[in-house]
Design a protein around this ligand. Structure first.
Ligand code: DHB
Ligand code: FE
Length: 280
């Protein structure tokens, strides 16, 4: 059986990657943000995962509004970082955990999920940025990945409960996998932000800070909230937070909150992260 060694929640704002590309890590604007991730980077070095399951959304870079899968899962050998318009980035391609990914897909279908299965696809900042935040800029990524895409872009997005249910299947897939890999689960997106419409620029710092504690200690209310509640509390793009529920549901009911960090704003977003371990 493979083993869940930790759960990560993190923002995936694209300008974080751009700041690293431009060498702005220690600039006055960015240093407080990046310093908050040092604990997470060290935790990752010590935890030595073999596989990172990354739950994120595409932002019109590999899917567009003409075709939007509610859930998609990658089973590819390799994932290239997609060029989002500023040219190719100096980060290596991501190696897929192919057999384990197929096992997860099979388990999903057995449990009545019907994902889009992707044999060939690129990954955007939703995956790139969290990987850089926790693994730095290695020549080669030290983990294989299982990417899971959730539609948080175009109405209707999946319910928080559905994301939670997928997390339960993810746990089942990890526990029924005959290998002995160490698996870290990374739920990405959020925290509060709205990039469009009348409330563009909306950030809700009290709700964000409550989220970072609540997702660890008492996630139940967040699972029970409606999609509209997420948009109201966290903004239309802050509804990306439903993807953290996939990670949280795969963890034990009781977890240790090893570290949390919050910085607002990063670009237009309340940026936050948590590092969780199962309590047992
Ligand atoms: C921003 C945040 C996001 O989560 C995203 O996907 C794109 C942009 C931002 O704040 O700029
Ligand atoms: Fe996003």
């Amino acid at each position: 059986m493979a083993r869940i060694i930790g759960g990560i929640g993190t923002s995936h704002v694209p300008s974080i990657g751009a700041a690293l590309d431009k060498g702005l890590r220690d600039s006055a604007d960015w240093k407080p943000f990046f310093d908050g991730y040092e604990f997470g980077k060290q935790w990752m070095r010590d935890a030595k995962p073999d596989i990172a399951v990354v739950i994120f959304n595409d932002h019109g870079n590999t899917f567009f509004l003409d075709k939007v899968p509610t859930f998609a899962v990658g089973v590819a050998e390799t994932y290239q970082p997609v060029d989002e318009g500023w040219g190719p980035r100096a980060i290596p391609p991501f190696e897929g955990a192919v057999d384990f990914s197929w096992h997860f897909v099979d388990k999903l279908v057995e449990r009545h999920f019907d994902p889009l299965v992707c044999r060939e696809i690129e990954v955007d900042h939703g995956l790139q940025v969290p990987m850089e935040l926790f693994f730095g800029r290695p020549e080669r990524w030290p983990v294989k990945i299982l990417p899971i895409w959730v539609n948080t872009i175009q109405y209707p997005i999946p319910t928080p409960q559905r994301c939670w249910d997928m997390g339960l299947v993810l746990r089942e897939a990890i526990e029924s996998w005959p290998g002995d890999e160490r698996v870290v689960i990374m739920g990405t997106g959020g925290l509060s932000h709205q990039l469009q419409g009348a409330r563009a620029g909306f950030i809700n710092q009290p709700a964000d800070r409550a989220w970072l504690d609540g997702i660890a200690a008492d996630p139940e209310p967040y699972r029970a909230m409606s999609r509209e509640d997420y948009v109201e509390q966290f903004g239309s793009e802050g509804a990306e937070l439903i993807m953290w529920l996939v990670m949280r549901a795969a963890m034990d009911p009781e977890v240790k909150l090893l570290h949390k960090h919050y910085h607002a704003p990063a670009s237009m977003t309340g940026a936050g992260m948590v590092v969780l371990e199962n309590a047992g």
